[in-house]
Structure formats: structure tokens, C-alpha cells
Design a binder for this molecule. Structure first.
Ligand SMILES: Cc1cc2nc3c(=O)[nH]c(=O)nc-3n(C[C@H](O)[C@H](O)[C@H](O)COP(=O)(O)OP(=O)(O)OC[C@H]3O[C@@H](n4cnc5c(N)ncnc54)[C@H](O)[C@@H]3O)c2cc1C
Length: 565
């Protein structure tokens, strides 16, 4: 058993920002960052477009960024959280620059600011078309310089430890469920170990791998969300999956698709169908720069009408030199598969890109489980509502990493916290928008759990005979989610998905109970849970709002509500 002071699951922008802050503040404490892959294999590394931030008050304003975010969120954003993220954003970006991240500048030394769909002003700071790579590099360099941070790579977090593991009955109605740390599958030794910590932060990223085509790398399997759901924590708004309209279409390539950033359309790229018609004007007056959900649905509709597997992004009219300067990575990638963007249109297809919902937190990043924080893409803070405004997520991750840091510092050392904020403790029932916690008699032990955490029980399990069964179930899951729970949904499709997921769940639980654990099996299990939560959220939402479009309920309901599971 290992013991640490601050435990962080995930080495993307959210986890590393928080790690650096606590490490600076508590030089004598031990900070442990765990990642199931290499340190930089994160969604963060693949972010292209940049980070939306208001730092040019002559041409932009907080109000405009707030308005743009609220419009994109389609009535479901938490306005207080939107204001927090927009207003605290500039300070967080400055910190990132101090830690060594570089952003593109003009010849006069000012930052270059791009414009993306849904933004009323140019405010997206970027580093060429590899902004995420640059941020991840800077953060990891800063973490490596910090003596009190230990980075444990290739270590798979299986579950968070709560009173459940001490033998107590925990249900959704149990008050004060508490997190004591995690069980991990050490991929070097293949053994399940315990890591105990007073404070745990989940920064486990997104869940794009639940779908057949996604811009997300293979780590994006929704593990944090699934763990919290199993631990009886609150999960919110999972039905809002953002499909990026333009991933590169490469026949035969499954899983991680290469993204063609929206900034290409921001600079003048035009979507065309197979007849080379620019079709976006038929769907929205903002044409190619309409919000992502509208563009993705328009592409979906063109593909369905023409029976084709992709449409095109036309960049032939661009100044080639400017294109290669702003988008060197995209230029090279296209060239590597025989597409010279100055002569040939780029084949593109929508791909699962971003999860707006996730682990429900309050405005300080607290989940509904005590001592467990969540931030970054795995969290549902209230910023995105029913649809994320482009390039708001990196900003949200940094702002909330800071807020988690402030809150846990205050809770460990109350004298520091008094004036920082007033709301503390578990999510209020109002915020949860669900019935108050029930009156089940709490049988749980006093805070701290008593320390007698049992070892993982592997008795009765054997080596899996056929790993291929796991791969096949994964393919089935991705097919079900893409075919029935994709960009356009309806009740029949959701019911079909639900029945198929039930079967996959049953079969996978049997494997889980009877075989020794592997990352593949754990990820499959987590992804089935995430798929179930997406289907459940989509089925409860009897309306079309933001990213959730159900042809049986094409209008918006008067009941504006978050769906908490
Ligand atoms: C192609 C692409 C382009 C994007 N472009 C932009 C953009 O331009 N602007 C913008 O704002 N956003 C963009 N996004 C979204 C943004 O990159 C992500 O939302 C953000 O980086 C998420 O950061 P994170 O720290 O929450 O998670 P991640 O960066 O994904 O990190 C997750 C970490 O958790 C670890 N982990 C997960 N499960 C486990 C487990 N069970 N055990 C141990 N470790 C685990 C992973 O190994 C990883 O280290 C883009 C995303 C993609 C995929």
C-alpha cells in the first residue's frame, strides 16, 4: 500500500495544472500523478485550435465571451460558472505562459488570435496547429522540475476506494460517501495495489472511444465517469456528445481519427458535397462557421442524402504559404496520404470529439463524493451546458484545476479558506436538481475510514482464454453507439441501443467476475457504463437541445433541466 498527500489521476492539462499548484503551495507534501499510458498521451496533446481567452479588451470583452458561451450552451449553462471561467481565464493563461508555454505572436509582438465557430471575436490563442502539444510539453517540463511530484506511468486506476470496500452498503441515497484513494492495476507488475490519499482529483479526460470514429486518442475511455458512477456519485448531462464536423476521412482507419481544426474554416475553408456544392448556406446563415452541432448535422444530412461516407473541405483557394505556416501539421498529414490541399479537397467526416457532461461538480470542483474532486473533460461543471463553445475546454480545465486547488487548500487548512468562498461541502440539492438525499440510516464509518482497506480480492479468477472476445465486444459497442446514439437520434434507436448494451454489460460482467484484470477488460467495462449513461441521458431528454437531437422531439421543452444520473 502506498500513501500520498495529494493523488491525481490523469496527466493532461487538468491534472498537471492542479499538480503544479499544490506542489508549489505545499513543498513538503507528496503529490502523486498517475496515468495509465505515457505521460503525454492525453487528449490535451492533440488539441489543435487553441484556448479561448479575452485578453484584448480593446476589441473584445468578457461580456461577449460570456454571451457566446451561453448561446452555444443553449439554455443549460450555469451562468455563474460561465462568468467565473471567462473572467478568471486570462490569469490562468498567463500562468501557463510563465510555466513556459509559447503562443504565436504577430510581428509587433502581440498574440495572434484566431476565430472559431460560435465566437463573436478573434480570441483563440494558439501555437501553430499544435497548441495542445505545446501546452502539454510546457506542463510536463514544469512538473519534471518539481521535486515533490511523483509521476507514475502505465498504472491503471480501477476504482476509487469508498466505504463500499469496507463492507458497508452504499447507495445513491447514502450521505457522505467518502473517497480514501484508489485501487490501481500496476501494468509493470500486473498486480492490483492500493494508493491511499486524503484528497483525490480525477482528471481522466473524455470518452470519445465509445464511438467508432473519434478524434480522441485511445486513452479516452471515460474511466473516471464510470468509476464515480460505480461509487454512487452523481453524473450529469452525458447525452451531450460533441461531434467534430471535420475529422480526416481515411478509409479503413478505425478509432483515433486525425482532426482538421475548425480554425481552417475560420480562415476560409469551405465544406462541399460530392457535387462540389457549398452546402452550408442551406442550413445556417453563418454557413461554414455555424456552431459545430449545426455543421455536424448538416454534414450528416448531406452524407445520408448522397449515400456517401464523407464530404469535402475545400482549401484550394488558400495562399499555400499562409496555410502551411498556420497549419503545418495538417498540411503534412494530408500530404502523407496523397492530398495536396492546394490541388485536392480534403475528405472529412464528423467524429466524436468532446463530452460536455461528466462527473457533476460544484463551482469549486467538488464531486458529490467527499474528498474527491474532478476537473477537465471528465467533469460537468456547468460551463458547457448543452454544447461546448470551441476552445473553451482547455480554459475550463485550467480555471477549475485552480479552483480545486484553492478549495482543497482551504479544507486542509481552514485558516486559508475563510474568505475565498462561501459554498463548501457536498453539492446542495438545488445544484443537483434532483430529489434531496434520502433518509437512509448512515452506517458508514467516521471520516477517514479507519484505515483498514482490504486488498483486492482476485480469488477464483483465471487468465482470460480469449482476449479477442474483449476486442469483439468493443467493436460491437462502438458500432451500437455510432449507429443508434450518434448525431441524430430517435426513441427507437435509443431503445435498440439500450437492449444491445444490456447484453454487452451482462457478458462483460461475467468476464470481469471470472478472469484476471487487464486494461482492455477494464476499459471495455468502463465504456459500456459510459455508453449506458449516454443512452440513459438521451432517453430521459424528451426534446432537442444543443448537441442532443431527437427527431421524435424536434423542439425544445419548456422544462429546462440537467439530467443527473
Ligand atoms: C483532437 C482534439 C483537438 C482538440 N482541440 C481543442 C482545442 O483546440 N481547444 C480546446 O479548448 N479543446 C480542444 N480539445 C479538447 C481538449 O483537448 C480536452 O478537453 C482537454 O485536453 C482534456 O484535458 P484533461 O486534462 O481533462 O484530460 P486529458 O488531457 O485527456 O488527460 C486524461 C489523462 O487521464 C489519464 N487516465 C484516464 N483514465 C485513467 C485511468 N483509468 N487510470 C489512470 N490514468 C487514466 C490518461 O492517461 C491521461 O493522462 C481537443 C480534443 C481533441 C481530442
Amino acid at each position: 500500500m502506498q500513501q500520498t498527500d495529494f493523488l491525481i489521476i490523469g496527466s493532461g492539462i487538468a491534472g498537471l495544472t492542479y499538480a503544479l499548484k499544490v506542489a508549489h503551495h505545499f513543498p513538503d507534501k507528496k503529490i502523486t500523478v498517475i496515468t495509465k499510458a505515457a505521460a503525454d498521451e492525453t487528449n490535451t496533446k492533440y488539441a489543435q485550435g487553441g484556448i479561448a481567452v479575452v485578453n484584448d479588451l480593446e476589441n473584445d470583452s468578457f461580456e461577449k465571451h460570456i454571451d457566446d458561451t451561453l448561446v452555444a450552451g443553449d439554455g443549460l449553462c450555469n451562468q455563474q460558472v460561465v462568468e467565473i471561467v471567462v473572467k478568471e481565464g486570462p490569469e490562468r493563461v498567463n500562468e501557463l505562459i510563465e510555466w513556459g508555454a509559447r503562443f504565436d505572436k504577430t510581428n509587433d509582438g502581440d498574440y495572434k488570435r484566431g476565430k472559431e465557430g460560435g465566437h463573436s471575436e478573434h480570441r483563440v490563442m494558439h501555437h501553430k496547429d499544435i497548441t495542445g502539444w505545446e501546452m502539454e510539453r510546457a506542463l510536463l517540463d514544469a512538473v519534471n522540475r518539481q521535486k515533490n511530484i511523483e509521476m507514475i506511468k502505465h498504472c491503471f486506476v480501477v476504482d476509487i476506494i469508498t466505504q463500499h470496500h469496507l463492507g458497508y452498503l452504499i447507495t445513491k441515497a447514502t450521505p457522505d460517501v467518502e473517497c480514501y484513494g484508489v485501487y490501481v492495476l500496476n501494468l509493470q507488475t500486473n498486480r492490483i495495489e492500493k494508493i491511499i490519499s486524503k484528497i483525490t482529483l480525477l482528471a481522466t479526460g473524455g470518452n470519445g472511444q465509445v464511438y467508432r470514429t473519434t478524434t480522441n486518442p485511445s486513452i479516452a475511455t471515460g474511466d473516471g465517469v464510470a468509476m464515480v458512477y460505480r461509487a454512487k456519485g452523481r453524473i450529469e448531462n452525458m447525452e451531450f456528445i460533441q461531434f467534430h464536423p471535420t475529422a480526416l476521412y481515411e478509409p479503413g482507419v478505425r478509432g483515433h481519427a486525425f482532426l482538421i481544426t475548425e480554425a481552417v474554416r475560420g480562415d476560409g475553408g469551405i465544406l462541399r458535397n460530392h457535387k462540389e456544392e457549398a452546402f452550408m448556406e442551406k442550413y445556417d446563415e453563418r454557413k461554414d462557421l455555424a456552431p459545430r452541432d449545426i455543421v455536424a448535422r448538416a454534414i450528416d444530412s448531406e452524407m445520408k442524402k448522397t449515400g456517401t461516407e464523407h464530404v469535402y473541405l475545400d482549401c484550394r483557394h488558400f495562399n499555400k504559404e499562409k496555410f502551411t505556416e498556420h497549419f503545418p501539421n495538417i498540411y503534412e498529414k494530408c500530404l502523407s496520404i496523397g492530398i495536396d490541399i492546394s490541388k485536392t479537397m480534403i475528405p472529412v467526416v464528423p467524429a466524436a470529439h468532446y463530452s460536455c457532461g461528466g462527473i457533476k461538480t460544484n463551482e469549486w470542483g467538488r464531486s458529490s463524493i467527499k474528498n474527491l474532486y474532478a476537473c477537465g473533460e471528465c467533469a460537468s461543471t456547468g460551463l458547457h451546458g448543452a454544447n461546448r463553445l470551441a476552445s473553451n475546454s482547455l480554459l475550463e480545465a485550467m480555471v477549475f484545476a485552480h479552483r480545486c486547488f484553492i478549495d482543497c487548500t482551504a479544507s486542509l487548512n481552514p485558516s486559508e479558506g475563510g474568505t475565498l468562498h462561501s459554498h463548501k461541502g457536498r453539492l446542495s440539492d438545488k445544484q443537483n436538481s434532483i430529489a434531496p438525499f434520502g433518509s437512509v440510516q448512515s452506517q458508514i464509518p467516521p471520516s477517514g475510514g479507519g484505515g483498514a482497506f482490504p486488498d483486492w480480492n482476485e480469488s477464483g479468477t483465471t487468465e482470460p482464454k480469449e482476449m479477442i472476445l474483449i476486442t469483439q465486444s468493443l467493436k460491437e459497442l462502438q458500432l451500437v453507439m455510432s449507429d443508434y446514439v450518434g448525431i441524430v437520434r430517435n426513441d427507437v434507436r435509443l431503445q435498440r441501443a439500450s437492449r444491445r448494451l444490456d447484453l454487452l454489460w451482462e457478458e462483460t460482467e461475467q468476464l470481469y467476475e471470472s478472469t484476471s484484470l487487464s486494461p482492455q477488460l477494464l476499459e471495455l467495462r468502463n465504456m459500456i457504463t459510459v455508453g449506458y449513461l449516454i443512452v440513459k441521458g438521451a432517453s430521459f431528454r424528451k426534446e432537442s437541445r444543443g448537441l442532443h437531437y431527437n427527431t421524435d422531439y424536434p423542439g425544445k421543452s419548456d422544462l429546462v433541466q440537467n439530467i443527473v444520473l
